[in-house]
Design a protein around this ligand. Structure first.
Ligand SMILES: Nc1ncnc2c1ncn2[C@@H]1O[C@H](COP(=O)(O)OP(=O)(O)OP(=O)(O)O)[C@@H](O)[C@H]1O
Ligand SMILES: [Mg+2]
Length: 396
């Protein structure tokens, strides 16, 4: 299954482009699902079709789906949510609130990620196109499988052993309920699924992230930020779609200035993102609602080309070795050197860029190796690992 994720700042046209791409994909003969992970679902409005929480047929070879978190939780993680609810109740939280607390904000995307994992496993679709909430939320959540893996690796096995021993004695004394074995089974299942999601998301042959933006300074800045963080999390950015581009044929004083500004901003986009495949779509004199207008948008972006083609195979994180030393290379365009921190402990590499921190689990071959030099140049961070006995000469 090929997964294409559309993301970008609020209001730039993510939903329209996801819907347009899905229509074009179906027209190219692919069995396509377009899925909305934004709790403010507007995919149905865009397609002008009423969509449900299960895939709803839109047109030939095209289905649409708006994720319903509560339903997903109940369907798949009853054990986990029952336990969490019971735990909260034992602490005096009322049932209704407890159920609400269990659904953490942004759960839509988590539910969507797990659903994607299932779709891929069951080979349900040729192509899944994901329409997301604005970038900040999406970024946090795309990094979620990474974080989950880290926590599970550290605590899961230990926790399970402790619970086995603790149950008979502690269970009788305390009001706090102890989780059942079924709870651990669902947790283990969840863990394995997140690991598969993680692999799927970082594989450029299966997943592509497409960033939508408009030729406006504030949007460009947020897009740069998103680009860096997506790279940091190892997600393959495959394309940029510059939406709402005014045609040069507009005239009049107002448009003279708007066009001049747009021209400068298009220049900036070229300068910042040169090398990433890029498409443009025009600013229309109307909203892009309904199948006909969405088809037109699809044609304006992709022409007659198959929109599900892999336009680039980005590899933001690479592990390799050269003359006896091992390296990790992380593409971090736009990151400033001063904002970077690198450290490692055991099998974990920590890279901090501004407020975001990536916890990268190192491949087995890197475990026990000492962190050597970390050099940031030309938008990429090269981190050296020395064989454990060797002492770094210019460690920094
Ligand atoms: N190229 C365009 N020309 C004119 N109108 C457009 C264009 N692209 C999108 N629109 C309109 O702009 C509005 C916002 O678009 P859309 O919902 O696709 O953005 P979004 O990025 O998904 O927003 P949100 O962040 O709220 O989810 C919609 O009314 C849509 O029809
Ligand atoms: Mg949207």
């Amino acid at each position: 299954m090929r997964t294409i994720i559309y993301t970008g700042k609020g209001g730039v046209g993510k939903t329209s482009l996801a819907a347009a791409t899905a229509l074009a994909s179906a027209a190219h003969g692919h069995r396509t699902l377009v899925m909305s992970t934004d709790s403010a679902h507007s995919l149905g409005d865009s397609l002008q079709v009423s969509l449900g929480r299960d895939p709803t047929k839109v047109t030939d070879r095209l289905w649409g789906q708006e994720i319903d978190v509560l339903a997903e939780m109940e369907r798949h993680w009853a054990e986990i949510s029952n336990y969490l609810t019971a735990l909260l109740q034992s602490q005096g939280v009322e049932e209704i609130t407890a159920k609400e607390v269990v659904v953490i904000p942004g759960m839509e995307l988590i539910a969507a990620l797990l659903l994607l994992e299932r779709y891929e496993r069951e080979k349900s679709w040729d192509v899944a196109i994901v329409d997301t909430a604005p970038t900040a939320d999406t970024l946090r959540l795309l990094s979620f499988p990474d974080a989950v893996q880290w926590y599970f690796d550290r605590f899961f096995k230990l926790e399970k052993r402790m619970m086995k021993v603790a149950r008979p004695t502690v269970g009788r004394l305390m009001r706090t309920p102890l989780p059942s074995d079924r709870f651990f089974e669902s947790l283990e299942d969840l863990y394995l699924r997140f690991r598969r999601v993680r692999n799927m998301l970082s594989d450029p042959d299966r997943t592509s992230v497409r960033l939508v933006l408009n030729p406006e300074r504030m949007v460009i800045t947020e897009t740069q930020r998103a680009y860096t963080y997506l790279c940091l999390f190892g997600l393959p950015i495959e394309m940029l779609v510059v939406n709402r581009v005014f045609s040069d044929q507009l005239d009049g004083k107002f448009f003279e200035q708007a066009l001049a500004e747009q021209k400068a901003n298009l220049g900036l986009i070229e300068e910042y993102f040169g090398g990433v495949p890029m498409r443009r779509s025009p600013r229309y004199p109307h909203e892009v609602l309904g199948l006909e207008r969405l088809r037109r948008l699809g044609t304006d972006v992709f022409d007659a080309e198959d929109p599900t083609r892999i336009f680039a195979r980005a590899q933001p994180v690479r592990f390799f070795s050269r003359s006896g030393k091992k390296y990790v290379k992380i593409e971090l365009p736009f990151a400033g050197e001063e904002a970077l921190e690198v450290s490692s402990r055991g099998d974990t590499l920590y890279v901090k860029v501004g407020w975001y921190r990536r916890t990268l689990l190192l491949p087995y071959a890197y475990i026990g190796a000492k962190l050597g030099k970390a050099v940031f140049s030309g938008g990429s961070l090269l981190i050296e690992f020395l064989p454990s006995k060797e002492v770094p000469q210019h460690a920094s």
